[in-house]
Each structure stands twice: as C-alpha cells, then as structure tokens.
Design a binder for this molecule. Structure first.
Ligand code: HEC
Length: 117
C-alpha cells in the first residue's frame, strides 16, 4: 500500500513538472502573438512603407492595395500580409532580411490597425 502511494505521488509530481514545462513556452508565445508591438510597427511602417502605402494606408503608388478599407482588411489573412512584406511584389521591394524578425509581425499588426478607422 505504501509503495502504491509513493508511486502515485511520484507519478503525479512528474506529470505536474511535465505540465509546467509544456505550458510555459506556448503561453509566452501566445502572449507575444496577442500583444503585437504597435509602436514598433508604426515606426517601421512610417520609415519603410508609408512612401508607397500612404501614412493612413491609402495608396500613394499605382496597384498598391488600400489598407484603409475594411473590405480589404477582411479579404486578406495575416499570412498573406506577412508573405507580401517579406517577398514584395511586382513593384514592391522584398523586406526579407531588411527588417528584423520582430519588426515583421509588428508592421503587419500596424497595417491591420489602418483599416479599423
Ligand atoms: C516602392 C513602393 C512600396 C514600398 C516601399 C512598400 N510597398 Fe507594399 N506594395 C507596393 C505595391 C505597388 C504593391 C502591390 C503589389 C505590387 O505590384 O508590387 C504592394 C503590396 C503590398 C502588400 C500586398 C497585400 C496583398 O493584398 O497581397 C502588402 C501586405 C504590403 N505591400 C505591405 C508593405 C509593407 C508592410 C511595407 C513596408 C515594410 C511595404 N509594403 C513597402 C508598394 C510598396
């Protein structure tokens, strides 16, 4: 009986440890994803993107999408915005390697705010 009890305790504390180890990392990642760095995004956008996409998301060059439209924002997924930012387009230069890894999700999150006004 005593053996069974201690085995149970050991198993319980082992799974507790495992649970703690497993939840810590995804929680941190979820927090980062839920809280994009908008001030960073705004400064990157102003520096790198506003010349073509307009400070308020209204295009300043031909063929650029209108980020200020809710209908546009609804029509694209974050993954597409991220890919376009990294790879560029026919006219748009690629920003892969030019932006720091943290700047990419930040600027995408900032682009999202342009359509909410
Ligand atoms: C030299 C002008 C220019 C600059 C600078 C520029 N873009 Fe663009 N962007 C465009 C044009 C034009 C398009 C339309 C596709 C094309 O023809 O290249 C575009 C397309 C996009 C798209 C495509 C969305 C879709 O509907 O698929 C995204 C997202 C985007 N730009 C984000 C950015 C971000 C973020 C920056 C700054 C880091 C940036 N752009 C800088 C001109 C520019």
């Amino acid at each position: 009986m005593r053996f069974a009890f201690s085995a149970l305790t050991a198993a319980a504390s082992a799974s507790l440890l495992l649970a703690v180890a497993c939840t810590a990392a995804p929680k941190a990642a979820a927090k980062a994803a839920a809280k994009p760095d908008l001030p960073l995004g705004r400064s990157v956008y102003t520096r790198e993107c506003a010349a073509c996409h307009g400070p308020d998301g209204k295009p300043a060059v031909p063929n650029s999408p209108d980020f200020s439209l809710k209908s546009y924002q609804k029509s694209v997924k974050d993954a597409q915005l991220t890919k376009a930012t990294l790879d560029g387009g026919k006219t748009m230069p690629p920003f892969k390697g030019k932006l720091k890894p943290a700047e990419v999700p930040a600027v995408v999150a900032y682009v999202r705010t342009l359509g909410k006004k």
